[in-house]
Design a protein around this ligand. Sequence first.
Ligand SMILES: C[S@@+](CC[C@H](N)C(=O)[O-])C[C@H]1O[C@@H](n2cnc3c(N)ncnc32)[C@H](O)[C@@H]1O
Length: 249
Amino acid sequence: MSETHFGYRQVPLDEKQALVDDVFHKVARRYDLMNDLMSAGLHRVWKDALVTAINPPKGDQEFALLDVAGGTGDISFRTVTAGGFGTRATVADINAEMLAVGRQRAVERGLDHAVTFVDANAESLPFADKQFDAVSIAFGIRNVPRIDVALKDMHRTLKFGGRLLCLEFSNVDVPGLDALYELYSFNLVPAMGRAVAGDAEPYQYLVESIRRFPKPNAFADMMRDAGFARVSHRVMTGGIVALHSGWRL
Ligand SMILES: C[S@@+](CC[C@H](N)C(=O)[O-])C[C@H]1O[C@@H](n2cnc3c(N)ncnc32)[C@H](O)[C@@H]1O
């Protein structure tokens, strides 16, 4: 049986998803608070950059976003708020707890008319071909066991002329910042997880999975293999994250 990584652990490919699901099951209720704490609010800046790139139309023109591994709905809320009356978003996520938190947030923000939540696996999306103007996946792709399969399925659901935007942690390559980031990731992040969410283990997985994720150029090749054209990326905050882009042409 083929193997993959769950953080630094080598695990059978078919067992990774259950381990990932367990992580997000544990963190769902504290997910948004922990994002703010662990990134010192920076995840908001990175997500804003993603939404700017999605570029939803301001007018009544129809625009459909599919937000894969969309969790508690952040990217979708930001996109429908940035866009006009015609902008709609679908959050697709495999984890019922993350979706439940998202549905509640949508109601609280008065955005439930514009954002739909669907229980779905990124590797086999329950949507017809060529449905969406844009597909986003933020901090999600590294959790998916078969990244190549998920990329192909996201490509399938895009309309011609549609764009995939993938925000993911990357490699810090600024001297000085790299050592600081390493220290922060492997010491403070799990400790904050223990202190605030009562469990260090999910946060240890988080930092390990970031290190295991392919470098931006290797990921760009995976996007091209899945059929995306005009593939590009830009790094932000000294390489802590990268925003990848590819088009269905
Ligand atoms: C780090 S969270 C990101 C959530 C959201 N995109 C954000 O930026 O706040 C990762 C999400 O990926 C989801 N996920 C993991 N594997 C998945 C899969 N195979 N299909 C769909 N979602 C998946 C998890 O349930 C979790 O909600």
